[in-house]
Design a protein around this ligand. Structure first.
Ligand code: SF4
Length: 380
């Protein structure tokens, strides 16, 4: 099925200059400020914010209590384009994968994950990714650009409009789609603030999760800048193995990552989730389980075990059910909670980056992969 909303951008500082802020990038407070700066009573700003945050409006035309002059003002001063949905794939397990096309013609993915008592949206924070994790399709795409706050929140609005028809509300957001969220720090943090503000979309702080591959300096900043849950894509607890699977480890090895997590917990008092992918003959042996226990020592953390999903182009396999069970039991015997999480939406290519990879390779020229280690200004 093909649907369409609109598109665009705002405070993205890493790519093209933007002429107008995207309408989804403004907080309620900023709507009031904008109204005043346009010579319009502040209550009008509050009316507009209600349309956006409570009714998920995506055009000035939908705001029926605004007069024509005000609508024209808003059209003139803000960008009202949002990404177009080019593909909406329903999985047998109830998840929906959305392939969205930005105004610049680049593709990003979001996934709606429906559970009995909650609905979670997995959002993308970048077009592609610099981190080049060896088990990840998005990592193979290379990096195109950061998404703006507007483009990140457009994924939320788009998904909620689909759920409106089902009488359901998004309750959780996870930054686990395409990209490394902490490599697009300002736009991701602003998105989280708008998502969790009672004056914005009003999600619980505990229900919004930023997942990082380990951008160590930004973990310390995050502890002070925003309240949300933190997940670490750990995936290996030995430096030699993590260096191989996740090149970011060569810049910030496990010792530095662990120090940053201890510091984060001292500041926030929050438990951390460690995501750990089980890859046959790589990360799933008892030796690796022992290393994981050592890494967790001193942290307040739970572990999500994620059996790898084999797919063409990636040289890894999923371990057997017995190996997965043995790994989990090793942790359980040491009082470490470690539920096994199977990816949803496998029948519709819901593994991160699969759909966009197919589309990008068929439509766009492959981007030049940027270097992860040493010279990326946004990583230093
Ligand atoms: S796993 Fe995450 S950080 Fe690593 S390449 Fe994929 S999207 Fe980037």
């Amino acid at each position: 099925m093909t649907t369409s909303l609109q598109q665009n951008s705002n405070s993205d500082t890493s790519t093209k200059p933007l002429l107008k802020p995207g309408f989804l990038s403004l907080s309620r407070h900023e709507w009031a400020d904008l109204s005043i700066s346009l010579g319009i009573p502040a209550y009008r700003g509050s009316q507009i914010a209600d349309w956006i945050f409570k009714k998920f409006a995506t055009s000035v035309d939908a705001m029926t209590n605004l007069n024509r002059d005000l609508k024209q003002h808003l059209s003139d001063h803000l960008d009202w384009k949002i990404p177009e949905c080019v593909s909406e794939l329903q999985s047998d397990d109830g998840s929906t994968k959305l392939l969205l096309k930005t105004a610049a013609g680049q593709f990003i993915e979001s996934v709606i994950l429906r559970y009995e008592n909650r609905v979670t949206l997995c959002v993308s924070s970048q077009v592609g990714c610099k981190m080049a994790c060896s088990f990840c399709q998005t990592g193979k795409l290379g990096f195109f650009r950061n998404l703006s706050t507007h483009e990140i929140l457009a994924q939320f609005v788009f998904a909620q409009r689909i759920l409106n028809a089902e009488g359901r509300r998004l309750s959780h957001v996870v930054f686990m789609g395409m990209g490394e969220p902490l490599d697009n720090y300002a736009n991701v943090v602003k998105s989280v603030k708008i998502l969790t503000s009672p004056d914005g979309y009003g999600l619980s702080n505990r229900h919004v999760t930023i997942s990082t591959s380990g951008v160590v300096p930004k973990i310390a900043e995050l502890a002070n800048d925003v309240k949300c849950a933190l997940a670490i894509s750990l995936h290996a607890s030995r430096n030699d193995l993590r260096d191989e699977l996740m090149p970011i480890n060569r810049k910030w090895p496990l010792e530095q990552l662990k120090d940053s997590l201890i510091q984060y917990q001292q500041t926030t008092g929050q438990k951390i989730t460690l995501e750990y992918i089980l890859i046959k003959d790589k990360t799933s042996g008892i030796r690796e389980a022992k290393e994981l226990v050592k890494f967790i020592h001193g942290l307040q953390a739970k572990v999500n075990l994620i059996p790898f999903n084999s797919h063409p182009g990636l040289p890894y396999d999923r371990p057997s059910a017995d190996e997965i069970r043995a790994f989990q039991e090793y942790l359980a015997e040491r009082s470490i909670a470690s539920p096994v999480r199977y990816s949803k939406g496998l029948d519709v290519s819901a593994a991160c980056g699969q759909l966009a990879a197919k589309t990008i390779h068929s439509v766009d020229a492959a981007p030049e992969r940027k270097r992860v280690i040493g010279i990326e200004p946004s990583l230093t």
